[in-house]
Design a protein around this ligand. Structure first.
Ligand code: JAH
Length: 262
């Protein structure tokens, strides 16, 4: 997969040389380039922002440098290697929510282009103009405001890179992860069996794999109901059986309205 990032702070992306993302880059699975937006400015001060039309606080990113950046990184003409246009991703608190499902979708793309805004964001015409030529997605990591899109890009790239073929050694560790089943995962423990007066639950040391699977399912359900009732509400009707509902009931959680006995 090819990835281009445009930012006024390219130094933010130094961590992408490290760990498994660094390894994916070194091995050629991930071809990543970081670009300084100021490359595409022409005034002596290399200006990237200006005051907002209509007034209000803060500054808006000028369209001209962004236009030239996108022309350079997503040219209209097909390159000799026959590459397709990138998918443009723009982190913004006003974007669609980033999810594990979107991470899978992005992992299937051949070329991603990230545009990192700062200040109050990028002039809307940049995105409107780009949308006439390529797929553009404004994406949000959650309902909070950062100084800019850089940290969001680090998060998205980490979620996507670990889904690329060959990046995770053990294929089994992908399908049991939190969110793959629509529930949070049960708590995990390692040795020693007792630590500072806290014991590992007896069932996990029992060797009874049926009982362990049931315990983990119950813990996952109780945790999810307590912390993420929105995920319980989104489960397909048929995914909660009688034993699941009994576990939730023991935990003091109300059965979902409309759920029928099964
Ligand atoms: C802030 C440009 N959802 C997290 C998130 C993503 C991007 C931004 N803020 C929060 C942001 C200022 C300018 C992007």
């Amino acid at each position: 997969m090819r990835v281009d990032i445009v930012s006024i702070f390219p130094e933010y992306f130094a961590p992408l040389d490290l760990s498994l993302i660094g390894k994916a880059r070194a091995g050629g699975t991930l071809r990543l380039a970081v670009h300084d937006l100021r490359t595409w400015t022409h005034d002596v001060h290399r200006t990237v922002d200006d005051t907002p039309y209509g007034g209000g606080p803060g500054m808006v990113m000028r369209p001209e440098p962004w236009g030239e950046a996108l022309d350079a990184l997503a040219p209209d003409e097909l390159s000799p290697d026959g590459h397709t246009l990138p998918r443009l991703l723009v982190p913004s608190p006003a974007g669609v929510p980033f999810t594990q499902a979107m991470a899978h979708e992005l992992a299937a793309e051949s070329h991603l282009l990230f545009a990192c805004g700062r200040y109050e964001g990028i002039d809307q015409r940049v995105l409107d103009h780009a949308a006439a030529r390529m797929r553009v997605t404004e994406v949000s990591l959650g309902d909070y405001v950062l100084f800019g899109g850089e940290v969001a890009v680090l998060v998205i790239l980490e979620a996507v890179t670990r889904l690329l073929p060959g990046v995770l050694g053990n294929a089994g560790s992908l399908d049991e992860e939190s969110h793959a089943h629509g529930l949070l995962e049960a708590p995990m423990y390692t040795k020693p069996a007792e630590w500072r007066g806290h014991e590992v639950p007896e069932v996990l040391r029992s060797g009874d794999h049926g009982k362990i699977a049931r315990w983990r399912r119950d813990e996952a359900l109780l945790r999810t109901a307590a912390r993420r009732p929105d995920l319980i509400a989104a489960l397909p009707l048929e995914s909660l059986d009688k034993r699941d509902r009994a576990a939730l009931d023991r935990g003091g959680f109300q059965p979902r309205a409309g759920d029928v006995a099964k």
